[in-house]
Design a protein around this ligand. Structure first.
Ligand SMILES: O=C(O)c1cc(=O)[nH]c(=O)n1[C@@H]1O[C@H](COP(=O)(O)O)[C@@H](O)[C@H]1O
Length: 287
């Protein structure tokens, strides 16, 4: 019998200790493929993915493939994603499949089976989930993740301006606040929890206004919005001061624009890591 895998929260914490917290997004936008001199085809996606993998392996702890940008190419795009997930695991990189799944419980089980089950071709270390159908509707994914040592990141306070119309309404009892509380309940056991949240790196003001109880989460936070969406170290500090768990700033386009040269991509990764380590006063962007 193989040893059961350690929890995602524990695996993530030790990877972050070794490689730092930057999460590089693998977002093969058609415009980036073109800029890299690649065709907008499954073969273009494959070459894009392998180049990113070459540049980030041994440099970061975690990558986040954006599923829609593979899905655009149908079954052949999914085959490239499967290959990327397998190669990442072989290279010691953790993967967050950015699929933003959410459904009624009975069919949510199908998504959980696809993304969070040992032996599934699409299995990643964690997946992003949308709680619009109610946090409890995500239960099949929460259970599958717990049973297989995987994790989830539930959207709480997203980086896009439209999110506010749903997530911020209700003040201290906002949807975002209730998602934070529900996730914290899942992470009550000892050790770092595996039920994470997505909170945009750009969301600092809302984090404070809604008085999100992030200190009690005991789980990781995925913070997209670094670089192309304007967030830097200052915005991360503004949003997550006082949070003791792992915060994973994600940057996709700003790093990927440095490709297709692998050395240039490596430099872009390092530059981002350094900028996020620089004291807050040196941060860029807006609150
Ligand atoms: O779940 C996400 O990853 C996500 C949530 C969110 O609130 N905002 C957000 O930008 N994202 C994703 O994070 C990535 C951001 O990409 P860049 O703006 O190019 O760095 C994209 O893949 C988005 O789909």
């Amino acid at each position: 019998m193989p040893e059961p895998r350690a929890t995602f929260g524990a695996r993530l914490a030790s990877a972050v200790e070794q490689w730092g917290s930057l999460c590089v997004g693998v977002d093969p936008h058609p415009s980036l493929l073109e800029a890299w001199g690649l065709d907008d085809t499954p073969e273009g996606l494959r070459r894009f993915s392998h180049t990113v993998l070459d540049a980030v392996s041994g440099r970061v702890s975690v990558i986040k493939p954006q599923v829609a940008l593979f899905e655009r190419h149908g079954s052949r795009g999914f085959a490239v994603l499967e290959d990327l997930l397998a190669r990442s695991a072989a290279n010691g990189l953790l993967t967050i499949a950015d699929a933003k799944r959410g459904d009624i419980g009975s069919t949510m089980a199908g998504y959980a089976d696809a993304w969070l089950r040992d032996g599934s071709a699409l299995a990643a270390d964690a997946i992003t989930l949308s709680p619009y159908l109610g946090f409890e509707s995500l239960r099949p994914a929460l259970t599958a993740a717990r049973e297989s040592g995987r994790g989830v990141f539930v959207l709480a306070l997203t980086s896009n301006p439209e999110g506010a119309s749903v997530q911020h309404v209700g003040g201290e009892n906002s949807v975002a606040q209730r998602i934070v509380r529900a996730a914290a309940q899942e992470n009550l056991a000892d050790g770092p929890g595996s039920v994470g949240l997505v909170i945009g790196a750009t969301a600092g003001k809302a984090v404070r206004e809604l008085r999100l109880e992030l200190e009690s989460l005991n789980g990781p936070i995925l913070a997209p919005g670094v670089g192309a969406q304007g967030a830097g170290r200052r915005e991360l500090d503004a949003a997550f001061a006082g949070v003791s768990g792992v915060v994973l700033p994600n940057s996709s386009r700003e790093i990927l624009r440095a490709g297709p040269d692998v050395s240039a991509l490596k430099e872009a990764v390092e530059a981002t890591q350094n900028a996020l380590r620089t004291p807050a006063e040196a941060g860029s962007g807006t609150d």
